[in-house]
Every structure is written in C-alpha cells, then in structure tokens.
Design a protein around this ligand. Sequence first.
Ligand SMILES: Nc1ncnc2c1ncn2[C@@H]1O[C@H](COP(=O)(O)OP(=O)(O)OP(=O)(O)O)[C@@H](O)[C@H]1O
Length: 214
Amino acid sequence: MSALRLQALRLRLLEPVDLSIEAGELVFLAGPSGAGKSLLLRAIADLDPSTGEAWCGETARSSVPAHVWRRRVGLLPAESGWWADSVGAHFPQAAAAETDRTALLERVGFGPEVLDWEVRRLSTGERQRLALARLLANRPEVLLLDEASANLDPDNRTRVEAVIADYRADEAAAVLWVSHDPEQRARMNGRRLLIRDGRITPELPATDAAEPHP
Ligand SMILES: Nc1ncnc2c1ncn2[C@@H]1O[C@H](COP(=O)(O)OP(=O)(O)OP(=O)(O)O)[C@@H](O)[C@H]1O
C-alpha cells in the first residue's frame, strides 16, 4: 500500500510539519491536551485548512478532490458522526461482500444483528468500535486514529488493538495513532512521537530508541 509523507505542512499552533510514515508502519502521537494532535490529524485528512503538501504514496493531496483523498487517508475522529437511524445504513452491502461485512463486525465484537440496531441506542464504546469497522470497510491506505480505544474496557481495547495491528499488517497501511495511554504505546510495536509547544519530537531520547542490539 502507501506511505504517508507530510512536507512542510502548516496549520495553526504547529511549526511546519515534515513527517514520513512508511507503508505498514505504526506511529503513535502523544502530548498534552490542547497541543494540536486532533488538529494535525484533521489537517492531514483535509478537513481543516493547511498549506504545504501531503502525499499518499505517489498521490499529492493537492492533485485529487478532497473526497478521493479522504477515502485513501481515513480518519477515525475522537467522536464519529452518525447520520442514519440504523447501524445497517452505515454499512452498505454494496461496499463489501456480505461475508466481509459480517467478519468485520465480528472482529470488533458484534454479531450481524447489530445491523438492525438503532444508532441512538449505542453506547459510546459501541459507537467507537463500529466507527472503526465502518472506516476499515472503505479500505483506506493510511489510517489516522484519534483515541481509537479511549472509551473501551480492557477486553475491547485489546480487540481494537488486534484489529488495527492486523489491518496494518494485511494491508501494509501507514498508521498515525493519537493515544494518551502510555502502556498502549509501549505495548504495541511502533515509533513514538510527542507533540509539545508546536513541535513534534521523538517521545524517547534518541539513545533509548537507537541502541543497537549486541
Ligand atoms: N476550529 C478551531 N478554531 C479555533 N481553535 C481551535 C479549533 N479547533 C481546535 N482549536 C483549539 O486548538 C487547540 C488544539 O486542539 P486539539 O483538538 O488539536 O488538541 P489535542 O492535542 O487533540 O487535545 P486533546 O488531547 O485534549 O484531545 C485547542 O486549544 C483547541 O481549543
């Protein structure tokens, strides 16, 4: 699949961002509340204005319509929007074979009956897991995850971590994941970045990260 490259991306609060995430690479982004983590994800997804350039593989953001870009560079917001009454309306059969759809829902912890549920009866954590399934059903090449497991109990957090790890491995997706959970960032095998005072730096001192194995 595709790498994500940010070239002098300029948005409010942050110094110009240059960042490359290889195809299949996981990068965690942490930092204090209000530092601009969500703003950065929204700017990359072309939901907020920014200048500079972003690349998904060989495709420049500026060269394609926003809806095409957003399909390839998929954002899971901290609070996802729901615009239909039933869950099923958010998972059109045309977008995926029936078995794919059922398998995807099962992987985030639901039986096929969830398609008949009303969106308004979903708990926060159920919405979060279904929003992830909805995003993955579109097969984005890059995942931008804003607190993908923030509202989940430990079992469902583990489930969501496994779904994301498998998707990354199977699709060689580049993943940029905002997470406030230090244990999660340590548990999963990824590069860790910190955003603070408008700058993005490695979360660990370079000596910790770069020690060669004996
Ligand atoms: N549309 C907007 N107009 C003006 N200010 C905004 C806008 N959106 C966000 N901000 C401000 O920008 C700052 C960064 O917001 P952002 O949501 O990126 O923080 P964050 O790092 O994701 O924080 P948290 O960890 O609390 O989610 C905040 O102070 C927020 O109030």
